[in-house]
Design a protein around this ligand. Structure first.
Ligand code: HEC
Ligand code: HEC
Length: 359
């Protein structure tokens, strides 16, 4: 993910007298650069252009190994009306990392869903466009596509991913826009017409197309190249601890095994074996029932802190703390931890196709 940094960092005063840091891109004319380096205040803002490959990356046709491919059709929440295309996900990638989606151009989806952190945030609560804190901990956006019901957010208040992706844009803490401001703003940016044309066959921008493209990109973020996957394909072997940890994950806990609520192979299910709620005096979650969604446990070792309020700082603490359904005996903790660590797929957090194209 570490892309080459453009050489010059220019600092421009934008109309609202806020400072914005813009990396030098091909679009910045040399006269503008020289006027900046000579210390002149420039009254216009320069937007870096997204750097995209000539042919789009592959998002739509992934080589899922057999142990995932057999399960995929039964849990995939992709609607017929919004199948992933390479050009659609490419547009979604640009929108995902574009700070212009926030009122004051300071925050993008990627600010709170960081690729290096499995599309979550290391902060307990993330910071929005005016510096305010979100109500809950950011969710890791991996394998979102495999949550069968399609319901989104810790409290499942959005019925589909297409509905969900427009909400942070309009959230008064997160990005602070209205949809009627969004469409002309996106239409006015030079790099979008060609991207909309490729994705949807028209340069016309609409909230529906923005929603569809963002959902395509988020659904494209999947992991299938972890050690766990290599073991299932017979090309790697678990250590003794990892193997024992898998057995515990699949069997420990009577009716409510870990796997009953975090079902392999994607370690996610929208129909868990039993209800579970982390003690929380203020947040009542799904239908005020003190229940919460869990996303995929893949890459979980890379997305601390944990749970809807970010109150669990590490996996070790989770297994040792007295959390219902989540605490295990001291003799088992190292084994479960070893197993959970085999779910990490480093390709997903390094792959350029998921990275910020503005960097
Ligand atoms: C200021 C931080 C912030 C920004 C910006 C932000 N998010 Fe989030 N995101 C969060 C938080 C916090 C949650 C959990 C909120 C909740 O459940 O109430 C979340 C939840 C989600 C979920 C739900 C995942 C699931 O499994 O249910 C998706 C999808 C998502 N965000 C996508 C996006 C997209 C797309 C954008 C940009 C349009 C975006 N987010 C912008 C903080 C942010
Ligand atoms: C009865 C269902 C259930 C069982 C059993 C269960 N979990 Fe969970 N788990 C959940 C739910 C629901 C959440 C999210 C709760 C919240 O945020 O308040 C969660 C959260 C987690 C998280 C944090 C996820 C994140 O994104 O922050 C981890 C890690 C985890 N569980 C691992 C395990 C392990 C390991 C076991 C077995 C020892 C287990 N779970 C058993 C339902 C369950």
């Amino acid at each position: 993910m570490k892309q080459k940094k453009s050489g010059i960092i220019v600092c421009l005063v934008i109309a609202a007298s806020l400072f914005q840091y813009c990396s030098k891109t091909d679009s910045v004319s040399s006269s503008l650069i020289s006027s900046i380096s000579s210390g002149m205040v420039v009254g216009t803002t320069t937007i870096p252009l997204p750097k995209l490959p000539d042919a789009p990356f592959n998002y739509s046709n992934l080589p899922f190994p057999a142990h995932i491919a057999v399960n995929l059709p039964t849990v995939d929440n992709t609607p017929i009306t919004n199948q992933i295309s390479n050009d659609g996900a490419t547009l979604g990638r640009v929108l995902f990392y574009d700070k212009n989606l926030s009122k004051n151009n300071t925050v993008s989806c990627g600010s709170c869903h960081r690729q290096d952190l499995s599309f979550s945030d290391s902060a307990i609560k993330s910071r929005g466009f005016l510096g305010g804190s979100t109500d809950r901990h950011s969710m890791a956006l991996l394998n979102v596509r495999f949550y069968k019901s399609g319901k989104m957010f810790w409290d499942e208040r959005a019925n589909t991913l297409e509905d969900q992706v427009l909400q942070p844009i309009q959230n008064t803490t997160e990005m602070g826009m209205t949809l009627s401001e969004l469409v002309p703003k996106i239409s006015g940016l030079s790099y979008y017409p060609v991207l909309f044309q490729k994705a949807f066959g028209t340069t016309e921008v609409s909230t529906d197309k923005i929603s569809k493209a963002l959902a395509q990109f988020v659904r494209s973020i999947v992991t299938y190249q972890s050690k766990y996957d290599q073991v299932k394909q017979g090309i790697a072997a678990f250590t003794a601890d990892e193997r024992d940890g898998e057995t515990l994950f699949l069997t420990a806990g009577n009716n409510n095994t870990c796997a009953g609520c975090h079902a392999p192979p994607m370690f996610i299910t929208s129909n868990p074996a039993g209800p579970f709620g982390l003690g929380d005096p203020v947040d009542l979650g799904i239908n005020n029932q003190r229940r919460f969604k869990s996303g995929s446990l893949r890459n979980i070792a890379n997305s601390a802190p944990y749970f809807h309020n970010g109150s669990v700082t590490s996996l070790q603490n989770m297994l040792a703390a007295n959390i219902p359904a989540h605490s295990v005996g001291p003799q088992d903790r190292q084994k479960l931890l070893a197993f959970l660590q085999t779910l990490t797929d480093l390709t997903s957090i390094n792959d350029l196709k998921y990275a910020d194209p503005f960097k």
